[in-house]
Design a protein around this ligand. Sequence first.
Ligand SMILES: [Zn+2]
Length: 416
Amino acid sequence: MSEPTAPPEVDLRPDPAADLAPFEALGRRSEGDPAPGTLEIVAEDPDSDARSCRLWTGHGPVETPCFMPVGTYGAVKGLLPEELRTVGSQVVLANAYHLTHRPGPERVRSLGGIHGFMHWPGPVLTDSGGYQVFSLRSLQKIDDSGVDYRTHFDGSKARMTPRSVLEAEAAIGPDICMILDHCPPGDADRSAMRAAMERTTRWAREAARLRRDILRPEQLCFGIVQGGTDLELRREHVDALAELDFDGYALGGLSVGEPIPKMHATFAAIAPRMPKHKPRYVMGIGTPADLLAAIRSGVDMFDCVIPSRHARNGQILTFQGRFNIRNGRFRTDDRPPDPDCACPVCSRFSRAYLRHLHVHNDPLYVRLATIHNLYFFHQWVAAQRQAIRAGNYAAVAAALDAVLAERRHPGDGAKG
Ligand SMILES: [Zn+2]
């Protein structure tokens, strides 16, 4: 009988900011830095489609795979810019739709653009807000040149077109601009899916034509692939958009209620077909399991509200699973939220204290819980980034699979 082989050495809990420049150096470009839009493929995993890249932007490099926290209005709720860097954030995602209505693109421009306004010197990505218009009950009318909607601020009428989105993004000033796309509901039938896809292609052609006149040269512009979980439609759409030579490509319309195995199968089939020398982004995902599946399939970037929204709802995410801090059993629990976590919260505060703050609605609770949850998400991705670069991704991915299989959800049994 052979000796059981020792498991390979893997670091599942790296400092998520260890391989990133410090906050003070963020956003500085040096002479000799590659042009914005350059994607360097740093390492590829031989056993999967996973890869690690460096994307150059007008505000410095992004090391991928990269999770992007959501700061819809120009803030990740409750956190200071330097705190975002401490937990490993590289790119902040804001929303052109929200900023268009409040405080307005020209106001943001006059207050220093999005970087100066929010005092985040690193890369910023703005979503168009098309997703919000299609998913909120605000949609009035859609035609081939744009979409009429009522704002969710005051119900006033507004119109969004490929041009209006780019004009807003030119004023707001992000490094990465998402174009307008038509995101159909997850349960749309095939003909509705195809119609949305074809409309998205028309809008993408228009955006590709207009961007040189509207955006600054250093602003990158990403196309968005639709097609739901229909692999034939997705392939067709990837190929159609690839011809338009965007700076990067996103998969939109996922995590909108479809079965999770179908979403993961879509990553696996479609990500490797996306242009190799452009960044690949899956919008609006996900859970730790979603991120692992996407990275394995060769996706470079993701964004999701889970870490911050869960934090506000009392949900603490850990390697052991997720729990609700409000539970009475934490009243006397003097352990940190995650005993094995090295984040600035777990190194000082107890579950009992966080519960106490939550019960008393103290804003410090939201800050602390968001810091820990974001650290956990960035660490989950940084472990994979570092493993791909070190050549031991298979071992790390297998260890993360084991973590997912063992994770308990003592609060409510839900995923996440
Ligand atoms: Zn922690």
